[in-house]
Design a protein around this ligand. Structure first.
Ligand code: THU
Length: 170
């Protein structure tokens, strides 16, 4: 992304905006609801003996296949991986030629799903953006909470001004 016009070094304030929509579960369409249900079921596959915070993820591919993920922790803490990246990397490893069109995430702790949707960590946002960017079109991100669901039409709305493969060109 290029924001610096040549020969223009005057200080300028910029604003980064991010848009998402808040829905009730019954306001989602069937495809969205089904993917959220898969993410919700996945929390119970989480391996999280250290945080006791269970996260489930479900990635829908263009061919209709759903790839599942959950957070996988490790006694050497940084060796663990979040649910979102577990699902997205499995999708890329298994179906590299298929676009990921939708990703749903749910969090569960202390015996119940979180009331508010969980907020994906920065590393997962970075991976979401590149996953979306790999193929044309957007990847919708659905964050489930007991009280509402946040729907981001693009992963880029979760990480404005993100670092993309083009940025490596300098
Ligand atoms: N976690 C995820 O799986 N996704 C996120 O986006 C945030 C955090 C996991 C990592 C760790 O296993 C536990 O939640 C507590 O941080």
């Amino acid at each position: 992304m290029y924001l610096c016009a040549p020969n223009q070094n005057i200080m300028k304030k910029k604003e980064l905006t991010s848009t998402f929509t808040i829905y009730q579960m019954d306001e989602l369409d069937q495809e969205q609801r089904e993917l959220v249900e898969v993410a919700k079921a996945q929390v119970h596959k989480s391996y999280s003996p250290y945080s006791h915070f269970q996260v489930g993820a479900a990635a829908k591919l263009a061919n209709g296949v759903i790839i599942k993920g959950s957070n996988q922790e490790n006694a050497a803490y940084p060796s663990g991986l979040c649910a979102e990246r577990t699902a997205l990397f499995a999708a890329g490893a298994t179906y590299p030629e298929e676009k990921v069109t939708m990703l749903a995430i749910a969090c569960f702790t202390n015996g119940h799903y979180t009331a508010e949707p969980g907020s994906p960590c920065g590393s997962c946002r970075q991976v979401m953006v590149e996953t979306e960017h790999r193929y044309p079109g957007n990847m919708q991100v659905l964050l489930y909470g007991e009280t509402c669901v946040y729907v981001f039409d693009s992963a880029k709305d979760l990480l404005p001004l993100s670092f993309l493969t083009e940025d490596l060109q300098g």
